[in-house]
Ligand binder design. Structure first.
Ligand SMILES: [Zn+2]
Length: 410
């Protein structure tokens, strides 16, 4: 596969991702400057003169586990830090914080699933406070979720060839081999149509028993109505997204059954209107994945999140959006974009950082499996094997994000 050049504009979802993986560290450096300029209270001067107090860590919506503090039977002890006016007295959840210049530091113990952290400053400007809420993933264990986007060709292939079994299609056969070998689970995010005459209603229901027999590891979810246009839901009304979702969901239920149905895990291009999140939650969505990448002029494949949250997600596993109830997850690797020999080193890199090490969001796109596709990747299955082997050997368990809390016990 051709590697896109750094200066080339993003022309497609899948190509754009190469930039995200190869440019990430460079871009984060560039982005950090942008963010510092837009978050009020982030620099010492503004904290001192404006009377603002701000908790800088943990971040509002942070999903915290044993890697983020000291976990005991009692709870998770974490560090809370931030900025406040120089001479103010600061308390965090009622206890005096340590001061050093305009910084403050305190420790609290999370005992509930969600905890509100309240930092209060009192001094010559009066009283001010900042509240953030965090989620404790108490039972967290290392786990991985594998999702594959842009699926449609395998359904057309099975419908046209009228195979005796779903697994006569080389694509599903390859995925089943990875399941037999490693216990891997896959969620396939599908389109309604391939736009050349094939639509889901043409897919027969005679494989229903086979879908059911494999639902422990193989699920289907809505991704978009079709591959084109690009960014179909970025500016679409929520009602259109939900109507397309319902159309695909109905078909999955018809031909594969309820057990195989998964709520959406990634919406095509990872961009939706903020007003669509609540309706998605109502359709069972508990987690959505994106790239949260810096794309030169702004953050992209980031569900239109603001800069601060996008930047946070670019270097963390997950973030809770309390307004919708959906947890957002950052994709760790896009197998179609990472050469085989770079798969393990890329995952090694993620695992080194406690902020990214616990939950692996493994990902790729269906089209690269097909020899007729212009950017066909002949060793695509070997790449998946390398990623899943790495996860297995490092103690990560295969899960689905929509079960439990991000696939772990609630
Ligand atoms: Zn897509």
């Amino acid at each position: 596969m051709k590697q896109p050049q750094i200066t080339r504009p993003v022309t497609s979802e899948v190509e754009g991702m190469a930039q995200a993986t190869t440019r990430r560290h460079f871009l984060l450096g560039a982005a950090a400057g942008t963010i510092a300029a837009v978050i009020p209270g982030q620099n010492m001067a503004s904290a001192e003169t404006s009377g603002e107090i701000q908790i800088t860590e943990p971040f509002h919506g942070a999903v915290l586990n044993h890697r983020h503090g000291e976990q005991t039977n009692d709870g998770l002890r974490i560090r809370v830090s931030g900025q406040a006016p120089l001479r103010d007295r600061v308390t965090v959840n009622g206890s005096p914080a340590e001061r050093e210049g305009t910084s403050f530091v305190s420790h609290i113990v999370l005992r509930e699933k969600q905890t509100e952290i309240v930092a209060v400053s009192e001094g010559s400007f009066g009283r001010a406070e900042h509240r953030v809420r965090v989620v404790w993933d108490k039972q967290s264990q290392p786990r991985y979720r594998f999702s594959i986007d842009d699926n449609s060709f395998f359904l057309r292939d099975i419908a046209q060839k009228k195979y005796g079994s779903l697994f006569e299609c080389f694509y599903l056969k390859g995925l089943r081999e990875l399941n037999s070998k490693y216990g891997a689970r896959f969620v396939l995010n599908i389109y309604y149509t391939t736009e050349d005459g094939f639509e889901l209603p043409q897919f027969p229901d005679r494989y229903k028993a086979e879908w059911r027999d494999n639902c422990e590891w193989l699920r289907l979810a809505f991704h978009a109505y079709a591959n084109k246009p690009d960014r179909p839901y970025q500016y679409a009304p929520a009602a259109q997204l939900i109507a397309d979702l319902d159309k695909v969901a109905e078909q999955i239920h018809r031909f594969a059954g309820e057990q195989t149905y998964s709520p959406p895990t990634v919406i095509h291009w990872g961009q939706v209107q903020p007003t669509a999140l609540k309706p998605l939650y109502e359709r069972g969505v508990r987690a959505l994945s994106g790239y949260f990448r810096w794309a030169g002029a702004g953050w992209d494949v980031n569900y239109l999140f603001d800069d601060a949250r996008s930047e946070y997600l670019s270097r963390h596993d997950a973030l809770m959006d309390f307004e919708s109830g959906i947890v957002f997850s950052r994709v760790d690797i896009i197998c179609n974009n990472v050469p085989l020999e770079r798969i393990a080193p890329t995952l090694d890199e993620s695992a080194k950082d406690p902020k990214e090490a616990e939950i692996l969001d493994l990902f790729t796109h269906e089209q690269y499996f097909w020899p007729f596709y212009s950017n066909y990747v002949p060793d695509h299955f070997q790449r998946l094997d390398a990623a899943i082997r790495w996860a297995t050997e490092h103690g990560y368990k295969p899960i689905f994000f929509h079960e439990g809390f991000l696939g772990g016990p609630q």
